[in-house]
Design a protein around this ligand. Structure first.
Ligand SMILES: Cc1cc2nc3c(=O)[nH]c(=O)nc-3n(C[C@H](O)[C@H](O)[C@H](O)COP(=O)(O)OP(=O)(O)OC[C@H]3O[C@@H](n4cnc5c(N)ncnc54)[C@H](O)[C@@H]3O)c2cc1C
Length: 360
């Protein structure tokens, strides 16, 4: 590969944007091809909680906590990411599981603090019915996901990358066991390396090079209120409703952070959920409904990220995952290191595409 490899990144969501930024910074010549407008599909419709929270094996926790640290590095490198480290209050699982989670994650070094009813009410004074037992993690945060993707793309462009919008890639071009380029509606483009960070579109593109990626793309519905004076100090993960307040003052919520199932009638589902949200706050009836969104969550077959080179296909790198908002900084950094210098970070060890070969 040349000293300054040429790389095509397919997809300008948070993952493609982060990979492109880190590649350009590492000296690669980067072209980003985006089917629609830059900013992604899942990304712009995400709840965008940055966390290393419960339910994960330790290897996955380690990747997430590293990515949280990388967000803080990016915050120093790039203006206008719109991060907010406001902390999260969580009680969406039964108390015994909450306690087990607290113990385990505290052992791993996560800043989990137990909160009784009085403490929960102190953290979030506008809750109508504070929980008797919750956990608070001050180091968690959120980001305005579209703004962050756009800021990463702008930073990539400042390092020499080119962003081409409204340019869907129809297929990858394999030749003698190596992907050498892509076919778009406006012709063929070649490069030393092709990165597919196309979210829900990744499986189709990978298949065109002979790699079968098991990928679910469940819908996730979020509701948003009109801008409202401050009701929340941080993120709230309660049973049946996860809610945060955006910098514009909108309350943004789903049945959980991944969004609700929209069901047969997404508007009806949204209005029902909005009533649940109103009931959550002391002065909740003053909240006004604004809109709902539905995003499609890229979910690899076993629920964990797929990042790396499929075996026996040269020139191809895949990066697709849920929790991509949390993971984008670390994945972007590690993918760029692997592509430019051949070094694969140990934190990615469990997450290579080879684990699905022969499984479907
Ligand atoms: C409702 C909801 C809530 C979520 N909550 C959280 C959360 O709280 N925390 C968290 O960490 N994660 C969360 N996620 C997951 C997170 O948003 C995703 O993992 C992340 O946004 C994926 O980013 P991406 O860049 O891979 O995909 P996308 O944002 O979908 O971007 C992929 C891009 O590729 C483009 N593309 C596709 N096919 C092609 C093609 N053939 N040619 C060119 N371009 C193509 C698409 O147009 C798109 O712009 C949530 C997701 C949803 C939907």
């Amino acid at each position: 590969m040349a000293d300054r490899p040429s790389v095509i990144v397919i997809g300008a969501g948070i993952i493609g944007a982060s990979i492109a930024y880190h590649l350009a910074k590492a000296g690669a010549r980067v072209t980003i091809l985006e089917a629609g407008e830059p900013g992604g599909v899942a990304t712009r419709n995400s709840w965008a909680w940055i966390n290393a929270s419960w339910g994960n094996p330790e290897t996955y926790f380690r990747l997430r906590i590293r990515s949280m640290a990388e967000w803080r590095r990016l915050e120093r490198e790039i203006p206008n990411l719109r991060l907010a480290w406001l902390g999260g209050l969580l009680w969406d699982i039964p108390p015994d599981e909450l306690e087990a989670y607290a113990k385990e994650h505290a052992t791993w070094g996560y800043g989990v603090r137990r909160a009784d009813r009085a403490e929960a009410a102190r953290i979030e004074p506008q809750l109508r019915n504070p929980p008797d037992f919750a956990l608070h993690v001050a180091e968690e945060g959120s980001v305005e996901p579209l703004a962050a993707a756009q800021a990463l793309l702008a930073a990539a462009q400042a390092q020499g990358a080119t962003v081409i919008a409204n340019r869907p890639v129809r297929q990858l071009l394999p030749r003698n066991g190596r992907v050498v380029g892509v076919e778009t509606g406006s012709g063929i483009l070649e490069a030393d390396e092709i990165v597919v960070a196309a979210g829900a579109g990744t499986a189709k593109l990978a298949a065109s090079a002979g790699y079968a990626l098991p990928l679910d793309t469940p819908p996730g519905l979020l509701i948003a209120s009109r801008p409202h004076p401050k009701l929340l100090n941080g993120l709230v993960m309660s049973p049946g409703l996860h809610v945060r307040q955006t910098p514009e003052g909108r309350l943004l919520a789903g049945a959980d952070f991944g969004g609700s199932d929209p069901g047969a009638d997404a508007t009806a589902t949204s209005l029902d959920l909005f009533e649940v949200m109103r009931g959550m706050f002391k002065d909740g009836t003053a909240l006004e409904y604004s809109h709902h969104t539905v995003g499609y969550r890229p979910m690899p077959g076993d629920g964990f990220p797929v990042v790396g080179r499929p075996p026996q296909i040269g020139g191809l790198y895949l990066a697709v995952m849920h929790s991509g908002i949390t993971l984008a900084p670390a994945v972007g950094l590690f993918a760029a290191e692997e592509i430019v210098s051949g070094t694969r970070d140990d934190l990615l060890k469990r997450y290579g595409p080879e684990r699905f070969v022969g499984s479907n």
